[in-house]
Design a protein around this ligand. Sequence first.
Ligand SMILES: [Zn+2]
Length: 57
Amino acid sequence: MGFLDRVTEFFNRSDETPAVRPGRNDRCWCGSGKKYKLCHLREDEKKQKSYVSCGKS
Ligand SMILES: [Zn+2]
C-alpha cells in the first residue's frame, strides 16, 4: 500500500467518525440503534490508538 493510499484511508476513516463520541450506553452514532459500547466503541478506540502510534513514529 502506497503513501497516498494510507493518507486517503486516514481521511476516509476520519469522515466516518464524528468529533464527539456518544456515551457508552447511548445509541451509536452510526444509526444502528445499538448501544455504542456494543457497536462502534471498540472500532473507534482502535482508530484512536492507531492515530496516536502514527503521531509518535
Ligand atoms: Zn455503530
